[in-house]
Design a protein around this ligand. Structure first.
Ligand SMILES: [Zn+2]
Length: 236
């Protein structure tokens, strides 16, 4: 596990990005696969989710049924798996999780109003502005200010590996790189700029430099096709 945990004032916030190690899944899902929808043994996945819950030290971890959309759900209690691509809460003891294998896992922390959020931003989600919309939902629900929110973006596919077709490149002008007549998308830069434009401070924007497709410590759909999902997780 790669841990990032911090105390801010008298408020405890914890977050982490898992990698593929430390779980019980086998084969292509070895070993800390957290996704039930990829045809892994559900007993293994649930055991892995329990490992994660204990690691976070919370009552429950809430996952999403992610659909590459821009729906955001406010979580008031555990025991649900909403169909959405972002969640927000100010409940303690309930961790929010976003699963990925190349897409960007984005975590939000508002120290002032004690609120958190998670967002799943792949190409479609980014185009829909899921990150900024999640921040706006926190503003509306909790009073979160863009100038104060801290954002943590975990490992995701980098411009080094993220080749896309011209037909899906619309809207990403300025964030495309051409190499040997092939098109590569810099999703991290696209989202970084979107947050800056929203008023998030650069010193509050923490972006992992790790590309999931380059680093085999992480599940990568692009590299492996049949594979598991790792997660970004945050709790108050
Ligand atoms: Zn790469």
């Amino acid at each position: 596990m790669e841990w990032g945990g911090s105390h801010y004032g008298d408020v405890l916030m914890r977050y982490l990005f898992t990698n593929r190690f430390g779980g019980v899944s086998e084969g292509a899902f070895s070993s800390l696969n957290l996704a039930l929808h990829v045809n892994d043994d559900s007993l293994h996945v649930n055991a892995n989710r329990e490992i994660l819950r204990k690691q976070m030290g919370v009552r429950a971890v809430v996952f999403m049924e992610q659909v590459h959309g821009d729906r955001i759900v406010r979580i008031e209690e555990e025991g649900q798996t909403p169909m959405c691509d972002a969640m927000i809460t100010n409940q303690k003891e309930i961790a929010l999780a976003v699963m990925v294998a190349d897409c960007m896992p984005i975590l939000f922390y508002d120290k002032t109003y004690e609120a958190i959020g998670v967002a799943h931003a792949g190409r479609e989600g980014s185009r829909l502005g899921i990150g900024v919309k999640c921040l706006e939902a926190m503003e509306k629900a909790f009073g979160t200010r863009a100038s104060e929110v801290q954002i943590f973006i975990g490992p995701s596919i980098g411009a080094c590996c993220y080749e896309i077709g011209k037909e899906v490149s619309e809207g990403f002008d300025g964030f495309l790189h051409v190499k040997n007549e092939r098109l590569f998308l810099d999703l991290q830069a696209y989202n970084y700029k979107a947050f800056l434009d929203q008023g998030v401070l650069p010193e509050h924007l923490n972006v992992s430099p790790l590309c999931t497709c380059c680093h085999e410590s992480y599940f990568s759909y692009r590299r492996e096709k049949i594979t598991g999902r790792f997660a970004g997780v945050i709790c108050l």
